[in-house]
Design a protein around this ligand. Structure first.
Ligand SMILES: [Zn+2]
Length: 211
C-alpha cells in the first residue's frame, strides 16, 4: 500500500514510512498517536477500490456516491480515490478533471484511463465539427438537419455548453418541444442558458403527460 498519510493530521509535520511502521506510531512533532489515522487511510483506499468495483459493474450512481463520501471522510483519500475520480470524469466527458486526477495514478490504470481520455478528446473534436455543420445548416434555414447534428454532438460531448446553447435555439426553431425542454434543463444545470431563452417556457406548448 502506498504511503497515503504523508503529514500529521494534527500538526502537519511531514511523516515518513519509518514513523508509520513503529508501534505505537507517534508523530515526532506533537506526539499524537497516529494509529486511528493510519487505519482511516487504509479504509479510504479500501472504499475507493469498492467504488471502482461498482463502476466496473456499471453502477455509476453507487461509485459517484462512494467518491462523494470519501472526500468528506479524508482530505487525501489516496490513489484509488484518484482513479475513481478520473474514471467518473471520463464518463462525464469532463476531460480537465480527468487529466487532473490522472497525475496521481500509475501503471495499467493510468494507461487505461489515458486511452479513454484520447477517445473523449476525439469525441469533442467530432462534436465541434458537427456544431460547425449545424451552424451553417441553421443559417440556411435547415433547422431539422441542424437539430439532428446537434443531437449527435451532445451525445459525444455532453459538457460543451456552446453545443447546448445552439441546440436549444435550433430545437426552438424546429418546433422540437420535448428536446427543447431537455436542452433548457441541461443549460440550467450548468447555469449557461442564453439571455434570449429566458422564460421561453411561457411561449411553449405544455409537454404531453409522461408515460
Ligand atoms: Zn503531529
Amino acid at each position: 500500500v502506498a504511503l497515503l498519510l504523508d503529514a500529521c493530521p494534527v500538526c502537519r509535520q511531514t511523516l515518513d514510512a519509518s514513523v508509520l511502521a513503529q508501534s505505537p506510531a507517534l508523530c515526532p512533532g506533537c506526539g499524537t498517536d497516529l494509529a486511528p489515522f493510519i487505519e482511516l487511510t487504509g479504509r479510504a483506499e479500501h472504499y475507493a477500490r469498492l467504488g471502482l468495483e461498482w463502476l466496473s459493474r456499471g453502477r455509476v450512481d453507487v461509485a459517484r456516491e462512494v467518491a462523494r463520501r470519501l472526500k468528506s471522510l479524508h482530505s487525501d483519500p489516496g490513489t484509488g480515490y484518484s482513479e475513481l475520480l478520473a474514471r467518473l470524469a471520463v464518463i462525464d466527458g469532463d476531460i480537465e478533471s480527468a487529466e487532473r486526477a490522472l497525475i496521481h495514478i500509475e501503471g495499467a490504470a493510468r494507461e487505461d484511463i489515458a486511452a479513454s481520455l484520447d477517445t473523449a478528446r476525439l469525441n469533442v473534436r467530432r462534436a465541434r465539427e458537427l456544431y460547425n455543420y449545424a451552424l451553417s445548416a441553421a443559417r440556411e434555414g435547415n433547422h431539422s438537419g441542424a437539430a439532428e447534428s446537434l443531437a449527435r454532438a451532445v451525445e459525444l460531448a455532453p459538457r460543451e455548453a456552446a453545443l447546448w446553447q445552439l441546440k436549444a435555439k435550433v430545437d426552438l426553431k424546429a418546433g422540437l418541444w420535448t428536446r427543447l425542454y431537455d436542452d433548457l434543463g441541461a443549460l440550467d444545470a450548468c447555469g449557461v442558458r442564453p439571455a434570449q431563452l429566458t422564460g421561453v417556457e411561457r411561449l411553449l406548448p405544455a409537454l404531453p403527460e409522461a408515460v
